[in-house]
Ligand binder design. Structure first.
Ligand SMILES: Cc1cc2nc3c(=O)[nH]c(=O)nc-3n(C[C@H](O)[C@H](O)[C@H](O)COP(=O)(O)OP(=O)(O)OC[C@H]3O[C@@H](n4cnc5c(N)ncnc54)[C@H](O)[C@@H]3O)c2cc1C
Length: 400
């Protein structure tokens, strides 16, 4: 393998490029990204970037602090629009503007983009990129009378907390009966709702959005299924993401809610996937999973770089089998989830009402996850317990 190309110049792509170099790849390495910026960190965009001084320079990812140090050809502000594959491996990435970049090995790390509400109106925001965050920050700076957040996932919850920290009135609308239904159990989700209510957020669960009130092209409010209109000039849609796989269509890869790969993140000979765009059978689970978490993007990026080199050298590798791990900062709470929720639940420490607890998830007495609120030490221990599938009794003792 002489030419490696990474598409997606962000967290996963950068760690893949770094791993390739660290493992001794000395061929041509090209990093292609459609954003004009060097790789930056997204988690602060919904947190301190909205509430603090909004310092863009502080967001740059450490691994990209000196862009020349990696020995990478940066193609920023360039979008991959297609992929030509050669037999038995290698090919070309097609860029907007007509250029083609040849590769022997390819890392796909194009992440995901937010789902959008229709119609697209002035004042309706999504939050994924730095440019999105700059726009939302400016909207907050204008001091709107109310911010409406649609969707009570982690992004919606963090934006709501940041808007409250800025002294803004906030309503959060969620169609489900509990927040974060996809990621937590319903009781824990309700604890998140209580946390926000305690900070003055107008939380409406089971709420259906039926439309918007407008003034020309600008949103002035949202209309609910029960006929209520909530006036707001700033609306933030946090309704999930779609993996960026459009540019891979027609290339003979398996695209199904992400680029599907084997348990070593190999999607085809010489093509690996990393980060939010990848779906693979993590051996810890009995299904394909796609993970939208910072830690996974770092680990999977590093793994993908090593995997690609191993492919080039004809070497075998272990499957990629991490324990998922996620954090979210809301108000003065650090919420951390190691592993995944399971059918069984036990409290190792504290109560949901106290909003400081360790909640253990298990399946048939085997620990599969733990939710820790303001318990960072236990979150690290929990990850280790989940990793070795510890019995529930031991977990309750260690985390208690
Ligand atoms: C506001 C926000 C807050 C978050 N907070 C947390 C948190 O608290 N905890 C946590 O664990 N996770 C958090 N996350 C999730 C975490 O940031 C993501 O999991 C991580 O960024 C995924 O990295 P990635 O490199 O896979 O994808 P991305 O970061 O999405 O990067 C993909 C890159 O590829 C580019 N791209 C897409 N298509 C193309 C194309 N065709 N050609 C060229 N380039 C392309 C994109 O523009 C982007 O630059 C947060 C995410 C957001 C948006």
């Amino acid at each position: 393998m002489n030419r490696a190309v990474v598409v997606g110049a962000s967290l996963a792509g950068l760690h893949a490029a770094q791993a390739l170099r660290r493992q001794g790849f000395d061929g041509e390495l090209t990093l292609i990204g459609d954003e004009p910026h060097y790789p930056y960190d997204r988690p602060p965009l919904s947190k301190e970037f909205l509430t603090g001084p909004g310092d863009v320079d502080k967001l740059r990812l450490r691994a990209a602090a000196d862009p020349d140090a990696l020995g990478v050809r940066w193609l920023l502000g360039r979008r991959a629009v297609g992929l030509n594959r050669h037999e038995p491996s290698g090919g070309q990435v097609l860029l907007d503007g007509g250029e083609a970049v040849d590769f022997d090995g390819l890392v796909v790390a194009t992440g995901a983009r937010p789902r959008r509400l229709a119609p697209e109106l002035d004042g309706i925001h999504t939050l994924r990129s730095l440019d999105d965050a700059v726009g939302l920050r400016e909207a907050f700076d204008a001091g709107p009378a109310r911010v409406v957040v649609i969707g009570f996932g982690f992004i919606g919850a963090e934006v709501a907390a940041s808007a409250r920290a800025r002294g803004l009135e906030v309503t959060v609308l969620e169609a489900a009966e509990a927040p974060l239904a996809r990621v937590l159990d319903a009781e824990a989700g309700m604890a998140v709702a209580d946390l926000h209510r305690g900070h003055g957020v107008d939380v409406r669960l089971g709420a259906t959005l039926t439309g918007f009130t407008v003034d020309g092209r600008a949103v002035t409010g949202v209309e609910l299924g029960d006929g209520t209109v909530i006036e707001a000039s700033v609306v933030v849609a946090g309704i999930g993401v779609t993996p960026n796989t459009g540019w891979l269509e027609g290339a003979g890869l398996t695209l199904d809610d992400g680029l599907v790969a084997d348990e070593t993140c190999l999607a085809a000979p010489g093509i690996v996937v990393a980060g939010d765009v990848g779906r693979w059978p993590n051996p810890r689970f009995d299904r394909l999973i796609r993970v939208e978490q910072w830690d996974n993007a770092v680990e999977m990026g590093g793994y993908a770089g090593r995997r690609l080199l191993a492919w080039g050298r004809g070497e075998a590798v272990e499957p990629f089998a991490p324990v998922p791990w996620f954090w979210s900062d809301q108000y003065d709470r650090k919420i951390q989830l190691a592993g995944v929720p399971g059918p069984g639940v036990a409290m190792a420490q504290g109560t949901l009402a106290e909003q400081r607890f360790v909640r253990v998830y298990h399946r048939d007495g085997v620990v599969v996850g733990a939710l820790c609120w303001n318990r960072p030490r236990q979150a690290i221990q929990a990850r280790e317990l989940v990793g070795r599938e510890a019995p529930l009794d031991e977990a309750l003792q260690v985390l208690g």
